[in-house]
Design a protein around this ligand. Structure first.
Ligand SMILES: Nc1ncnc2c1ncn2[C@@H]1O[C@H](COP(=O)(O)OP(=O)(O)OP(=O)(O)O)[C@@H](O)[C@H]1O
Length: 273
């Protein structure tokens, strides 16, 4: 198993972190972190809660400043100098206020305002782009619906369309598979694979280990630093899962598939004890 994604001088990087230390006031979340993600990669970051996954995404996005180290996007650009819109970001949808009075079309259109523009009118071309993206993501029939009146999977697609509206080269998603059923999780990951095949680099975080094991080509196990990274079949081992999560995860190989389960038995009430 390669320790890192092949480091080749010819490889263009979507993201390169060198010796990055980051955290909040007295809480250092990770120290001296180096990470390279090649352009065109589709990477899943997994790890226990509070292990620093969102903090890492915020550092890449330039939403949070590192205490030390260098953050580069697309080979040489300092992360905070990247053109607005060059990175598409889908935040954790758990943090969104669904009572906010906006329609799906307005959510998608908001993506156009990340570049600091203030005029509210869309050109004919921009209207067409909103419609095309909605069609592509199969939400064209709910463009005028209020965001509280659509399903979790449709909301995820609406925010994905918002992130894609500026044709980003890099797409970053924080837990895009949370809060939706297993079928929708697979649909979202299929959709992301299609988007990745068009040349967009993708980085996502997730707690859905089975979903990423079957859909993503490259996994980073993260717990306040990189525990391991590689292809799912090399990463989802009992040894690496124990190092990442402690002792609660077991891996079962069944008919050529990896099944990842919580090893803590349930009692009669269904509560973990
Ligand atoms: N805005 C903040 N201010 C202070 N501490 C924070 C802030 N955001 C996160 N933290 C702390 O930083 C650590 C890492 O949090 P982070 O959200 O990056 O973890 P995570 O792996 O994304 O968690 P989860 O899987 O639960 O979303 C935690 O100890 C958390 O309490």
């Amino acid at each position: 198993m390669p320790a890192t994604f092949p480091s080749d001088p010819q490889v263009h990087h979507a993201v390169k972190l060198t010796g990055v230390t980051a955290g909040y006031e007295h809480n250092i979340v990770f120290d001296n972190l180096s990470l390279e993600i090649a352009a065109g990669q589709f990477v899943g970051i997994v790890g226990p809660t509070a292990s620093g996954k969102t903090t890492l995404l915020k550092i890449i996005l330039g939403l949070h400043s590192a205490h030390a180290g260098k953050v580069q996007l697309h080979d040489s650009t300092p992360a905070n100098k990247v053109k607005p819109g060059a990175i598409g970001y889908v935040p954790q949808l758990g943090s969104v206020d669904w009572n906010f009075p906006v329609t799906v079309a307005e959510v998608i259109t908001m993506g156009l305002y990340t570049n600091g523009r203030i005029w509210p009118w869309l050109s004919g071309q921009e209207h067409a782009r909103v419609r095309d993206l909605a069609h592509r993501l199969n939400i064209d029939n709910c463009l005028q619906h209020h965001i509280s009146d659509i399903s979790g999977g449709q909301r995820q697609r609406a925010f994905l369309a918002r992130a894609l509206i500026n044709n980003p080269k890099l797409l970053i998603l924080d837990e895009p598979t949370s809060g939706v059923d297993i079928k929708t999780q697979h649909e979202v990951l299929h959709l992301l694979s299609d988007i990745n095949r068009e040349g967009i680099s993708i980085i996502l975080t997730t707690h859905d280990l089975n979903a990423v094991a079957s859909h993503l080509p490259w996994i980073i196990c993260f717990n306040r630093g990189i525990v391991a990274q590689g292809r799912p079949r090399d990463i989802f081992t009992n040894e690496i899962m124990t190092r990442t999560y402690g002792g609660d995860i077991v891996i079962v190989k069944y008919q050529g598939h990896l099944l990842i389960a919580n090893s803590t038995p349930l009692n009669f009430n269904g509560d973990n004890q």
